[in-house]
Design a protein around this ligand. Structure first.
Ligand SMILES: [Zn+2]
Ligand SMILES: [Zn+2]
Length: 171
């Protein structure tokens, strides 16, 4: 979906909070980047404040369900664009959990041969952090993600808590 279809979608879904759309940023490759918090796996997460208590949910899943309706628990949404921070419903596909695992495994294989991360940083030497699964990650990007997480947390609290920031920097 293009940025113009984003505006269409917004008009068709008046019950989706304005706050939500503010976090959606269309990019040149069609991905709609989530500008707010990402969870520890890098997926877009959103705090829905229209409910009490406030519910934390996956932003891409939330938007998908608003458009296509609820889906069975046995199914999962797979990012066809492989960009976990993307919330574009056109980039998501419902698959069985098993299929999702299979695709994940082939991604690990592909990841092993990658020489650069999606942002073009060199994936070698000091810049690689290796997961137990064999998944290689870009350290530069991980630092950037951690920085954004801290920023999002600070914004959510509506203040910058000096003590907590100090604690964060020590870890
Ligand atoms: Zn995408
Ligand atoms: Zn990188």
């Amino acid at each position: 979906m293009t940025p113009s279809s984003l505006a269409d979608l917004q008009a068709k879904l008046p019950h989706v909070p304005q706050r939500f759309w503010k976090f959606v940023q269309p990019t040149g490759n069609g991905c709609w980047l989530w500008k707010s918090e990402l969870n520890w796996k890098g997926y877009a997460s959103f705090y829905l404040r229209t409910t009490k208590p406030v519910v934390r949910m996956m932003a891409y899943k939330y938007l998908y369900v608003q458009i296509f309706g609820q889906y069975p628990d046995s199914l999962q949404l797979d990012h066809l664009c492989r960009n976990r921070a993307c919330v574009n419903p056109a980039h998501l596909e419902l698959v069985t959990a098993r299929e999702n695992v299979r695709r994940g495994n082939s991604r690990v294989a592909e990841n092993m041969t990658k020489t650069r991360c999606i942002r073009g940083h060199l994936l070698s030497g000091q810049n690689v952090s290796m997961r137990k699964s064999g998944w290689r990650r870009c350290k530069k990007c991980e630092c950037e993600r951690a920085r954004r997480r801290r920023l999002a947390a600070a914004i959510r609290k509506g203040e910058t808590d000096g003590q907590e920031n100090q604690a964060d920097q020590q870890t």
